[in-house]
Design a protein around this ligand. Sequence first.
Ligand SMILES: [Zn+2]
Length: 882
Amino acid sequence: MTQNSQVTYLKDYQVPDFIIETTDLDIRVGDEYTSVVARLKVRRNPASSEPSSELILQGGKGIKLQDVMMDGLILDESNYDLNGSELAIHQCPEAFELTTECLIQPQLNASLEGLYKSGGMYCTQCEAEGFRNITYYLDRPDALSVFTTRISAPKASYPILLANGNPVDQGDLENGEHYAVWHDPFPKPAYLFAMVAGDLVRQDDQFTTQSGRKVDLQIFVEAHNSHKCDHALASLKRSMLWDEQNYGREYDLDLFMIVAVDDFNMGAMENKGLNIFNSDCVLADPATSSDAMFERIEGIVAHEYFHNWSGNRVTCRDWFQLSLKEGFTVYRDAQYTADTYSAAVKRIDDVTVLRTHQFAEDASPMAHPIRPASYIEINNFYSVTVYEKGAEVVGMIHTLLGDDLFRKGSDLYFDRHDGQAVTTDDFVAAMSDASGINLDQFKYWYSQAGTPTLAVTDHYNAINNEYSLTVVQSTPATAECEVKLPFHLPLRVALLDTKGKELPLQLQGSEPVLGNNCVLNITQAQQTFIFEGIAEQPTPSLLRGFSAPVKLDYAYTEEQLLFLASKDQDGFCRWEACQRLLIEATERAMGFMSQASHYQLKDSLVTMLRTSLVDETLDPAMVAKLVQLPSEAYLAETQTIVDVDLIHTAREAIRLAIATALESELLYCYQRCHDTGVFSQTGKAIGQRALKNICLYYLNALDQALYQTMAQDQYALQANMTDVGAALHILIGHKNSELAAPLLADFYQRWQGDAQVVCQWFAMQCGASRPGLLGQVKALLDHNAFDIRNPNKVRSVVGSFIRSAINFHAVDGSGYAFVGDMILKLDGFNPMIAAGLAKPLGRFKRKTKDRQQLMVSQLQRLNQAELSKDVFEVVSKALSAS
Ligand SMILES: [Zn+2]
């Protein structure tokens, strides 16, 4: 068995044989070598089932071990074994102090895991297994220890020295060096360790907790970004208050710090008291960040803050439990965003991500349950499944329990497990114990992968006023499990009368339903629910609020969809009805395309879109969602065989047909929403920008100089990044690529000093939905601003290119070959980013035959190379499904 194919299984979990009570680190930052002295107070773990006297610590490839001491005595090599990634100390007593001294070279660490250098600063990323690149350690999430960290470095280059917890000491040393000592009183696993040494400026604020404690809030950034911190600080304070009000969770240290770092593999990291953020996920300014980025940043700041309880105070027992902290925290940040912005729009956005990306993962060779049973490389499981589907699963518990019992459950969970490393079973047990609701069957959501389909049929009996719904659930086989047991899930429904009013509900054999919509407990493969006292044939409003992560299959008639699209009180269902109509229209267009005929929209659809566009009483953010075309990626998800060219052409045809039919309404709506006054970020202003930019997008399908000029003028106004970005996006997608060229040059000229905006510049060009982009994308790799070692740049060029389906899936295979080349280049130094790019190559199953072959042959080519275990896992799983 090679190193690459070693699989870790959940079933093999055992508690650690040793406990590290305290960890004292002395880290001396140096130009050539950084020295790390770790003094660990260790004792045997009484809970260990097969106690061993051998302590095994993990260490990364780049560590040079200098010395090992036990209780002050230097050990010779007969007392320990060092084999690559493991340091085994023999004959350990019951309790002892172990000191190791290591040398590392963070400036050479391009994997960005552990301690590394980003620009002029040193910083860390230790989740999941990065700490072992700093020193030999029990690098597993159930090994909790109290950390004290002393950092020393040259003061002129690194005036700021930070670590977790509270500052306890600092001072100057000889030779222009200085030091700082930090102590974190809360025991934590090594993945939550962080340190920073750099030349940074600080923005300050303060928050008073509900019990009256004052907490200092500090954001550290490079000097040229100091004007971009206000939004994150305001978001942080709102999140702190929200978590107190909604979950009763108060912050626990005197200080909360955020540091912005340019080179970062992930979005952000919740290290105790010292969050480290990808610059792109924290810095915001209206001139450089769109409304969507503002909202995303607020959500990420909230997410990382919420982890202080859901993740840090209560952490994961092992990495199979990742969804324990991520699913729950994504759910919490989604609730926060829903409360802060528009709840319906947030739900629609989240469902769109889930159905486009998570459903695709569930149908791919990398499909896994939210609690995987095995992995080769855990970094591959920081996935939409663990995060977004994990959040849906927590949301379903909330729906099944109701608000009060869900809160009781979360209180019990935090009280019962504070300071512990626990499992998703513990989470569900707390919810079940607090509510008295049995969730045993519900737990299949944690162990079975795949997206269930709910096939719903109905019958109305006018003689005895009964309406019945029959629900059949089925889940396709996935690699980990052929036959699925039925899931327990909440199906929220309402029944609408002919005016759109929700009917009172009385389920046969149960109490009357309070309110006019109810949650049906789906637990069996097939179930029938009978509603009594229904005086007329109702229209069912099903899966309200998208109450479960499933595919709903109910044969709505066009008439019913039109009715729901204008009458349903549930924002999600109303939007869903519009989407279904637009998807059906696109599918009809696809039929016409293959016969090369001309395509026309149905009048009913035009009327529905017109009604939304002209209704000035509706929330403009919601109208923007209602009239928006489904993305090519989502359309692909709805097809049995994915023909990317046909989807692209059909979608463009629908866009043109809508613009032709509704030109004057779109123009009026654009003008009505185009506010040239003072910039504002109210919900209304944000909604108006979204709506107006959709109108501009439609109008530019007409290929008229008038609308091109409108887009050019909107760019020239430079009012804010939402408008500038939308105008550029529209012109870049235009078949006449000359239109965008001068604006792109201007944009770069204007923002070349701002890495965050330069990434947007890359992404807009590489992700354009216009065929024949590859040459341009390759040329951008040679641009001075591109840096293959910076993950944000790689994502904005290669990641965006993959999202441009017509280019990634070009029939000559050139897109696949390009991505294959990039994976091989990146895998040599940043396997995590390389593996992320490899996942889309594995999704060949429903592609046309010619493309399937090209994708598989690209995977075979990768498989010939020397791969990291990250990429190996993705490629080998994909090939075994071919
Ligand atoms: Zn998280």
